[in-house]
Design a protein around this ligand. Structure first.
Ligand code: HSE
Length: 439
């Protein structure tokens, strides 16, 4: 059997502690599968005294993760600290510059600096694996980076934030408030250190930026993503969606259009009967539509210690199985220097169906006014539902419109004209509808 693969782990939070436990418990099986033992030799974390439920006594402890990356006698540096800057960034660069392989779950870092890090890895002959960065335990990086080579991908979309999906599911099924559901997600270890990254959609955006590069061979463009989180979604929207045969999910979508690539993250209505609509709780799902294979849909655990640690473990095992000098998979699916510039399609040119929920004063001519603005902007309506409000708001009505496919700029122009008429109570709620199968 070859010599042991020595690893150093920086970050011993939920995922790091799960990884250490798995590597210790499955030591013997992994040695057989990989053809050599995998041995943790060094670790680094903020608090040395915290009980993590694993034995760290035989390991070298580094106060500073960058020092671990620079000095420890290791073959693989595992970065599980998170964050696009600071220690995570510095330590990954330090490891790569020594030619040490890196495994990371850090989507923010990859979204910001992925091309630069891939270039460093390629120059140094190091591997940079990041399966855990997108959709937790689902092997979507491997699918796009390796298995679908030769396919032209047209669209990739999915539920990529367990916290948001957990919140939306609990709100729908149990009628709980947004705040209570978020607290529960944090308690279960799904949410980011700052949960705003989850609920405002930034976490999904980072993941989408990585998938876009792998899917379309373009440079990573995290700042060219249209972004809307779920904080504005109310129980009323969820109920209205259900009445119309839809469910609301936070989707990340990247697709090729005539004007460029659309990258968008927003609450989305998906048909209740679609497979993706059934994906509940912390589960993630990623769909990839490509010309040779057709539609591939992968569903699985998207957040939490073991789900993420499973992907990290797979990445480490891939390195353990690799042999020096053997052909390796390019970090971003193709050599970094060959990535094409990213050409952004603006959200205004997005075409699709829309759900619009309007609370309006209950008086003559309102309905006609709304219909006139829709028609003036060339928008064809699929359905219109009007409901009286009860109790305190009895003087207002809720009107729900579902449009046929239309352009976003036409929709925005119609909503602006409706708002200018003065009969709206509060703001219009607009949610995009996503078709879930290639036509
Ligand atoms: N906060 C993330 C989520 C963790 O909720 O999906 C996995 O990236």
């Amino acid at each position: 059997m070859s010599h042991a693969l020595r690893i150093g782990i920086a970050g011993l939070g939920t995922v790091g502690a799960s990884l250490v436990a798995l590597l210790q418990q499955r030591k013997n099986e992994l040695a057989v599968t990989c053809g050599r033992p995998i041995e943790i030799v060094a670790v680094s974390a903020r608090n040395r005294n915290r009980d993590r439920g694993v034995d760290l006594s035989a390991l070298d402890w580094y106060e500073n993760p960058v020092e671990l990356a620079e000095k420890a006698e290791i073959d693989v540096f595992v970065e599980l600290m998170g964050g696009a800057t600071g220690s995570a960034d510095e330590s990954v660069r330090a490891a790569l510059s020594r030619g040490i392989h890196v495994v990371t779950a850090n989507k923010a870092l990859l979204a910001r600096c992925g091309v630069e890090l891939a270039t460093m890895a390629e120059e140094k002959g190091a591997l940079l694996n990041y399966e855990a960065a997108v959709a937790g335990g689902i092997p979507v990086i491997k699918a796009l980076r390796e298995s679908l080579t030769g396919n032209n991908v047209r669209r990739v979309y999915g539920i990529m934030n367990g916290t948001c999906n957990y919140i939306l599911t609990r709100m729908e099924k149990e009628g709980l408030s947004f705040a209570d559901c978020l607290k529960e997600a944090q308690r279960l270890g799904y949410a980011e250190a700052d949960p705003a990254f989850d609920i405002e959609g930034n976490d999904t955006a980072h993941k989408l930026a990585i998938l876009t590069t792998l899917a379309f061979g373009t440079r990573i463009a995290p700042d060219d993503i249209y972004l809307e989180g779920i904080t504005n979604i109310s129980i009323e929207d969820i109920r209205a969606a259900a009445d119309l045969g839809y469910r609301i999910k936070l989707l990340g979508v990247a697709q090729v259009t005539e004007t460029g690539i659309e990258q968008r993250v927003h609450p989305t209505m998906v048909p209740r009967d679609s497979v993706i609509a059934q994906v509940d709780g912390v589960t993630n799902a990623v769909a990839i539509e490509s010309d040779i294979l057709g539609e591939l849909l992968m569903v699985g655990p998207g957040a939490g210690g073991n789900a993420t640690a499973s992907a990290v473990l797979g990445d480490i095992a891939d390195i353990a199985k690799s042999r020096p000098g053997a052909q390796t998979v390019p970090v971003l699916g193709r050599p970094a220097a060959t990535l094409e510039p990213y050409r952004r399609a603006q959200i205004q040119s997005h075409e699709g169906g829309y759900f619009i929920r309007l609370t309006v004063e209950d008086r003559a001519g309102v309905f006609a006014g709304i219909a006139t603005h829709m028609a003036a902007n060339g928008i064809s309506l699929e359905s219109i539902v009007q409901r009286p409000q009860s109790g305190r708001e009895a003087s207002s009505q809720t009107i729900i419109l579902v449009t046929h496919a239309t352009r976003e700029d036409a929709l925005r122009s119609a909503v602006a004209a409706i708002s200018a008429d003065g009969y709206l109570v509060g703001n219009a709620q607009v949610i995009r509808i996503e078709r879930t199968k290639a036509d």
